[in-house]
Design a protein around this ligand. Structure first.
Ligand SMILES: [Zn+2]
Length: 253
């Protein structure tokens, strides 16, 4: 069976050693979605792959696939960005690990999403600059849910569909996929309404382009409320715990 050679840009999302000398990678590729490849001899290579196959690395790769094999063969990797700050700063590493876990849960083979790829790169670049990493994670997740088809509704009550009122009180209901007015909430689900600042920020963030997203500053109570609802929503969508969430510093959990 002849193999097909391809090139693409890719982000390393998972990496583990295989046998005595190989490394198997899970990649998010711009042109092919999720891709698993084996880098033969990578553990022994003195220059071909050295310092390139680390978690979060942004690469340009050449790889080969055969129709009857799930695992591709990594032929070459050129490093665009290693995100050294993320890899050397524990706090940044833990925050980026949450982003990585969400991507691994969502991406599929042969399903390309240029918007999601650019969003992941945007978040890694900004986290690497240590530019409000908790806020970057929040902004990433607001757009991530949109990319994967779970855009939260921050403009009207997700149950009665009445547009948000200035004086209304709203909670986030993860099963409804958005804000819910307090009169639509069942008593069993009643919890503290979100602050107006949080609601305004969520709606603003959702409609901003990537080029302007990092200008949005989020801190204090607004960041705490936002990360709390985005975490709950992720658990609802994927029906499982987000394991890396508890590794983040306590002010983000
Ligand atoms: Zn309602």
């Amino acid at each position: 069976m002849s193999a097909i050679s391809r090139e693409t840009k890719a982000i390393v999302l998972d990496s583990f050693e295989h046998g005595e000398s190989d490394i198997i990678l899970t990649l998010l590729c711009r042109d092919s979605g999720r891709l698993a490849v084996i880098a033969k001899g990578a553990k022994r290579s003195k220059k071909r792959f050295v310092n390139k196959l680390e978690l979060f690395s942004f690469l340009h790769i050449t790889y080969r696939t055969a129709a009857n094999r799930d695992l591709g063969f990594l032929a070459e990797a050129e490093l665009h960005t290693g995100f050294l700050n993320i890899r050397s700063n524990y706090d940044l590493y833990c925050t980026a690990s949450v982003l990585r876990e969400f991507l691994l849960l969502a991406i599929r083979e042969n399903i390309t999403d240029d918007r999601l790829f650019r969003l992941a790169l945007w978040a890694l670049h900004n986290m690497d600059r240590n530019n409000q990493p908790g806020a970057i994670l929040a902004l990433f997740l607001i757009h991530f849910y949109d990319c994967i088809g779970y855009r939260p509704d921050f403009t009207s009550c997700s149950r009665c569909r009445i547009p948000l009122q200035d004086r209304g009180k709203y909670c986030f209901d993860s099963t409804a996929g958005g804000l819910v007015c307090t009169s639509c909430l069942t008593s069993a689900k009643r919890h503290a309404p979100l602050s107006r600042g949080t609601i305004r920020m969520l709606a603003s963030a959702q409609n901003r382009s990537l080029e302007k997203l990092h200008n949005l500053k989020i801190s204090g109570k607004i960041l705490t409320e936002t990360l709390g609802l985005l975490h709950t929503y992720g658990r609802q969508i994927f029906q499982r715990e987000i394991v890396s969430w508890k590794l983040m510093s306590p002010d983000r959990r």
